[in-house]
Design a protein around this ligand. Structure first.
Ligand code: SF4
Ligand code: SF4
Length: 442
């Protein structure tokens, strides 16, 4: 069944989508890179402990990092070859993280034990949760939260609904759109596995109205499985969890709360496909779809890249650049992270590599706030970004907390239209971090 939700998101923005660069480009799987650099910390939670040392031979899919805590996710080799270093390396989030550097042998020799693990009918919920954990699966929408943890809510938080997030509202990115076209059956199967693992009966796939081909592809599969496809108006940030839940189920996640507080879990389309791969092929998370795009990129592409592939290699695979880059970003232009080096690796949270031209990356210099109110109008959380910026300038974290800064979802809608180019999201991140530090000390 398809349900059209007509009520648009309150606030939010309509940035130029720029999805035409790659929306029609099928996912391409290049040969394995010659070297991969695989950070042992690619997820929310504790950093993994290395299981290999320099000189060790490794195989594709072999576990090379062990999760030391419940909130963590193991890490696997994305190639077969030889470990040449286990040492700190820069990651695309800007941290120095212990990484396993592997010279690939181009053989893709599979690790022992990689084989189908069962079926939707044969596996129990605990079985599915364990397979998901052992496969190192985290949310592939960007947050990289370990999926097994999401599937294990406390007993006092009963869950009745699971939403598969196919909105992909961030400009430029098209990997999820392509997955819904090319691997729709696996996306729906993955959702069914996630629903069984969480003991949930009601499943939804939410897609923005700008992807009618994806809706058409999903509908017959949804009819077979009893899942509802929900078509949402195209508006950024429709895909944020809180707005998605409100639009699909009419439920309001409380201030400071989580989807589980309103009986709901949300996963990204890529995550569901990874779950289907882990169960039906036995393959852990060793690769992901990355949209390599932007005007300077010669052949903007959707590439299925091995984790650990350098951004430089990814850009070469997309034909290189036709003009100097003004900025390279991991993710999209709204929530992405600017990069200082092209040697950083693709990680589980790398949804895109976006290159902006020099004229598309104006200097970050800002001028004083003119109190025009645009940031307030565009905030989908009904917050007051200009005041958080003012609080951050004088270090008044108590006032920022009183004004609700903790509810900010860091979507960037406020900064997008600010005529003074105030660093609103940066100020908000600093304020949230200081408030957390204060709470930890008290
Ligand atoms: S949009 Fe920018 S200039 Fe306008 S009120 Fe907000 S911070 Fe100030
Ligand atoms: S204050 Fe936060 S939630 Fe509101 S528009 Fe800015 S980044 Fe988005």
């Amino acid at each position: 069944m398809a349900v059209a939700i007509r009520k648009p998101l309150r606030g939010g923005i309509h940035p130029s989508e720029q999805k035409h660069l790659t929306a029609d480009k099928p996912i391409v799987k290049p040969p394995p890179p010659t070297t991969v650099t695989i950070p042992l910390w690619q997820h929310t939670g504790a950093c993994c402990k290395p299981l290999v040392s320099k000189g060790d031979a490794v195989r594709l899919g072999q576990k090379i990092g062990e999760a030391p805590a419940f909130v963590s996710a193991p890490v696997h080799s994305s190639v077969s070859g030889t470990v040449v270093a286990v040492e700190p390396r820069l990651d695309p989030v800007g941290r120095m993280v212990t990484a396993v550097v592997i010279e690939a042998d181009a053989q893709d020799a599979l690790a022992d034990g990689i084989s189908p693990r069962g079926t939707l009918d044969s596996l129990s919920p605990p079985d599915i949760r364990e397979i998901i954990h052992e496969a190192g699966i985290v949310g592939l929408g960007g947050a990289s939260f370990p999926t097994r943890v999401k599937l294990s809510p406390p007993a006092d938080k009963p869950i009745d609904s699971y939403i598969l997030n196919g909105c992909e509202c961030e400009p430029y990115l098209t990997g999820d759109h392509r997955l819904m076209l090319e691997r729709a059956a696996d996306a729906v199967l993955g959702l069914c596995l996630l629903m069984k693992a969480a003991g949930v009966e009601k499943g939804y796939v939410a897609v923005e109205a700008n992807k009618p081909d994806a809706v058409e592809t999903l509908l017959p599969l949804a009819r077979e499985t009893g899942i509802t496809v929900v078509v949402l108006p195209t508006r950024y940030p429709q895909g944020s969890e809180k707005h998605l839940i409100k639009a699909v189920l009419g439920r309001e996640v409380p201030s400071g709360g989580l989807p589980m507080d309103v009986g709901t879990l949300v996963s990204n389309v890529g995550t569901a496909v990874a779950v289907a791969d882990a169960v039906y092929r036995g393959m852990p998370l060793v690769e992901r779809v990355v949209t390599v795009t932007g005007r300077p990129v010669r052949e903007p592409s959707n590439l299925l890249l091995r984790l650990g592939t350098s951004f430089a290699t990814a850009l070469e695979l997309a034909g290189g650049l036709t003009e100097p880059a003004g900025r390279v970003v991991m993710g999209g232009p709204m929530t992405g992270v600017a990069q200082f080096s092209l040697e950083v690796p693709v990680v589980k949270g790398t949804s895109g590599i976006l290159v902006l031209g020099e004229d598309e990356s104006p200097p970050l210099a800002s001028t004083p706030c003119i109190r025009c109110g645009r940031c307030v109008e565009s905030c989908p959380m009904r917050l007051v970004p200009l005041y958080y910026d003012a609080c951050a300038r004088v270090g008044n974290w108590t006032r920022a907390r009183e004004l609700g800064v903790i509810d900010c979802i860091e979507c960037g809608s406020c900064a997008w239209g600010c005529p003074a180019r105030r660093p609103l999201v940066h100020s908000i991140r600093v304020a949230k971090s200081e408030i957390r530090n204060l709470a930890a000390r008290s």
